[in-house]
Design a protein around this ligand. Structure first.
Ligand SMILES: O=C(O)[C@H]1O[C@H](OP(=O)(O)OP(=O)(O)OC[C@H]2O[C@@H](n3ccc(=O)[nH]c3=O)[C@H](O)[C@@H]2O)[C@H](O)[C@@H](O)[C@H]1O
Length: 431
């Protein structure tokens, strides 16, 4: 009805009829509104209930991805010590975190081969190609090592693992690695290297018996230190990257758990580890891929055109250092989360003691690959890199006879052989 007609009707009778109609209409429309509201509420309740059941199914699925009789059996079998080395050395049962990683997979295999029990945990994140991690996992699986897919931040999962197995040692290698990536994704370093570490230590401190812990720190903690070679007692309070800062924080955090709860702690400062099954994000690996694919490589150069140098350390030497550390770690002293006496707290450099410049690394690769690199040399961007690293290894050598034996030339030859057998000459699938 037009507005004027409603305000000024032409006949009074019409007004009465229209008023009745309007009331009827209002009544009808309020019933239909009610009906619509009821429908809406029913739909809301239904969607809430189906969401709840989705959440339930999800958590059941999550729980089901670990746990259960079969899963526990796999964990127990994998942790079984198969060979005592001597009456004084009964063998270990080791939880290896980051077991599908580069160092983790090598250490796990070496432990298993000499008869120790090994259970792995790895979150298979996509920082680099997870298919390489899956391939390492299947290699370990062939040797009877079970890797649980999970995150070290998952307290329930870690507690369950310690319920099932009384681990004597934890080899903690799970971490967010990479110096320059810390500028892109700082949160991932806090998540794994700080929060994950604390979560793991919380579980270890409450475990009964407490395990001894050996874990991966990094040469990067020396940061802007200029005294060479780097010794464990040198300054480590000038980190050049967030990665280094989180590793340094790890050294302080583990010290606290050693001090308060009597956990035996050994921190290993690895110096640019390389070798077969390595990390695709590292220079030697990405250079190899680019050289073979005919793509240019970027070589950073330090201040005043000085070449950058690293104390590149071959994986087999690092594995020996890890095992030597485990064998000499000594016992944790706490029970029920309470310290009973002082426990060992140690930090070792694991390096090669002979730094090599990045351009030399490239020329060794060119020789092994028989391909010339397309080089693009630029000044080092302010991205967390340090100009050089050089390890003094006398402490590790004294404590457990650490003695690296593979030079860069020999180690890269082994790496290239593995690379070509794994990816082929084109290596197109490498990401
Ligand atoms: O010892 C460690 O604690 C660390 O070692 C490793 O870090 P880095 O020593 O930085 O190794 P890596 O990236 O291979 O660069 C090697 C050299 O190539 C130079 N570099 C690198 C990339 C590039 O494109 N160009 C280049 O010149 C670069 O400037 C550098 O001079 C681990 O990644 C790290 O996780 C940690 O474990």
């Amino acid at each position: 009805m037009p507005l004027e007609e409603e305000l000024f009707p032409s006949t009074p009778g019409k007004v009465k009829n229209q008023t009745m109609n309007r009331q009827l209409h209002r009544c009808f429309s309020s019933t239909s509104t009610l009906f619509l509201w009821a429908l809406f509420l029913i739909a809301l309740t239904a969607s809430y209930l189906s969401f709840q059941s989705f959440v339930d199914t999800g958590s059941k699925y999550f729980t089901a991805s670990w746990g259960g009789i079969q899963w526990e059996k796999q964990v127990r079998n994998s942790a079984q010590i198969l060979q005592r080395r001597s009456s004084s050395s009964p063998g270990m049962s080791v939880l290896v975190t980051g077991a599908a990683g580069f160092v983790g997979s090598h250490v796990s295999l070496a432990l298993k081969k000499r008869g120790d029990g090994v259970v792995g945990i790895d979150n298979f994140n996509s920082y680099y190609d997870p298919s390489l991690k899956k391939a390492r996992k299947s290699l370990l699986n062939d040797h009877g090592i079970f890797i649980v897919e999970g995150d070290i931040n998952d307290a329930k999962l870690l507690a369950k693992l310690f319920d099932v197995v009384a681990f004597t040692h934890v080899m903690h290698l799970a971490a967010q690695a990479g110096v320059r990536y810390a500028m892109e994704n700082p949160g991932s370093y806090v998540h794994s290297n700080i929060a994950g570490l604390v979560n793991l230590l919380e579980i270890c401190k409450s475990a009964n018996p407490q395990p001894s812990i050996v874990w991966a720190s990094s040469s990067s903690v020396y940061g802007l230190n200029e005294k060479v070679p780097f010794s464990e007692s040198d300054r480590t309070d000038q980190p050049a990257s967030l990665y280094a800062a989180t590793k340094k924080a790890g050294e302080e955090i583990t010290h606290t758990y050693n001090h308060i709860y009597g956990l035996s702690i050994t921190g290993l400062r690895f110096f640019t580890v390389y070798g077969p099954w390595g990390r695709p994000d590292m220079a030697y690996f990405s250079f190899t891929r680019n050289i073979l694919q005919g793509k240019p490589i970027t070589i950073y150069r330090g201040k005043n055109r000085v070449d950058l140098a690293r104390d590149f350390t071959y994986i087999d030497d690092i594995v020996k250092g890890c095992i030597g550390s485990l064998d000499t770690s000594g016992k944790s002293t706490g029970t029920g989360g309470k310290k009973r006496g002082p426990a060992p707290y140690r930090i070792f450099n694991l390096g090669n003691t002979s730094p090599v410049t990045v351009p030399t690394l490239v020329s060794i690769l060119e020789r092994h690959l028989k391909v010339k690199a397309k080089k693009n040399v630029i000044d080092m961007p302010g991205n967390g890199d340090v100009p050089f690293t050089h390890a003094n290894i006398s402490y590790a050598s004294k404590e457990f006879g650490y003695k690296p034996t593979t030079d860069l030339q020999t180690g890269l030859k082994k790496f290239v052989r593995w690379y070509l057998s794994y990816y082929g000459y084109n290596g197109k699938s490498v990401t």
